[in-house]
Write a protein that binds this ligand. Structure first.
Ligand code: HAM
Length: 352
């Protein structure tokens, strides 16, 4: 009889490898706790509408990659493709903003995207992520980026093997002007763009900057920069953030083409890139999302955060031997009890 196998793009994590996962998770949990983050666990299944409204209907993540299905009553549900929208939903639903101050929440868990599986890209993958809600201060953006570097350092990744790509895409008031400038720029190239980008040109030309098709990338090379379209407040925010990063001695590369594949971002966007990963080189990505809580029907509360892929971390770390070095995790029993005869079995079971 034909064997039943795992679903394409969804992997088992076998006991040996699971030790490495436990170790990395423990390090990440400790790192984020030191920055004041507390864990939040949200469901894997959410209403599909959450992501359509939160992440954006025109994004690849929602438009092409989301696992969507009706439940028995016909309600459209989705396997979560990311966790920022769910965390903000839970934050609003449980009134976590009522306490005031900044809520710092973190998560680790599986996400689902129907992408073409390849090295570092799975259909079920795992993210660790942080979300800080409740402050517009660019110092919080800087602290979140500092935490990303802190996690990398704790996991033993060399700074030289990584770099931070950084940009500001401004606020919703800046967006129409920038979108228009992009549309004007890309329009003469319409026929040369891939079919997806031709659609993007009408729906949201920002997404063209994200396209990985070589001809589109070539055309996008000289596209207008988002930083040339920032209002005074957004420009100041970005300037202060760069000042804080300099004070923290954190290097960055300004990338005016970085827009990220999710529509909720405002102002700061960033990715931490590994020089050793090849095509799927983003170890983590994030940014500010000041309009998301309101878009989900909550109060106007700003936020900033990032998420990274566990699988990609494991790829750059290589097959690192953890075993007994993994002091936080008990990997094998320390005492064995052996019954010497049938009569002792029950006794051994009780003493275990
Ligand atoms: P994202 O850039 O879509 O952002 O995903 C974050 C990270 O998840 C990526 O940098 C990558 O390491 C990993 N990742 C994404 N897709 C896959 C995949 N198919 N297979 C393996 N790893 C993958 C977000 O999801 C935002 N929610 C991040 C965020 C949090 N922004 C603000 N707060």
């Amino acid at each position: 009889m034909k064997k039943v196998e795992a679903v394409r793009g969804m992997s088992d994590i076998l006991p040996e490898e699971a030790l490495l996962w436990q170790h990395l998770e423990a390090e990440i949990r400790e790192a984020v706790a030191l920055y004041g983050y507390r864990e939040i666990r949200t469901p894997i299944v959410e209403r599909a509408e959450l992501f359509a409204r939160g992440v954006g209907e025109a994004t690849d993540i929602v438009h092409k990659e989301m696992y969507v299905f009706p439940d028995k009553k016909g309600q459209m549900l989705a396997l979560r493709p990311e966790a920022t929208a769910p965390v903000v939903r839970a934050y609003i639903e449980h009134g976590l903003y009522a306490k005031g101050g900044v809520a710092k929440l973190y998560y680790i868990g599986p996400m689902f995207r129907y992408e073409k599986p390849q090295k570092g890209r799975k259909r079920q993958f795992h993210q660790y992520g942080v979300e800080a809600l409740g402050s517009l201060d660019p110092a919080l953006d800087a602290e979140v980026i500092d935490l990303a570097w802190f996690i990398m350092e704790r996991l033993g990744l060399r700074r030289e093997g990584l770099f931070l790509r950084l940009n500001s895409i401004g606020c919703p008031e800046d967006r129409p002007r920038y979108r228009e400038a992009l549309r004007e720029y890309f329009l003469p190239y319409r026929e040369k763009l891939c079919p997806d980008c031709q659609r993007r040109l009408d729906e949201n030309p920002l997404r063209i900057l994200d396209c990985k098709v070589p001809t589109c990338m070539e055309i996008a090379k000289d596209a207008p920069k988002s930083t040339d379209y920032l209002c005074e407040d957004c420009r100041l925010h970005f300037e202060r953030l760069l000042g804080y990063l300099d004070a923290l001695d954190l290097a960055y590369e300004l990338d005016p083409k970085l827009v990220r594949g999710l529509d909720y971002y405002t102002r700061t966007v960033f990715e931490l890139i590994s020089r050793d990963l090849g095509a799927q080189d983003a170890l983590l990505g994030g940014g500010r999302y000041d309009g998301l809580a309101e878009a989900l029907g909550g109060p106007s509360i700003p936020g900033v955060g990032f998420a990274g892929g566990m699988e990609r971390l494991i790829l750059v770390l290589g097959k690192r031997e953890v075993g007994d070095r993994c002091y936080r995790i008990i990997t094998k029993p320390e005492v064995y009890l052996l019954p010497v005869g049938e009569g002792e079995v029950a006794e051994v079971l009780v003493d275990m």
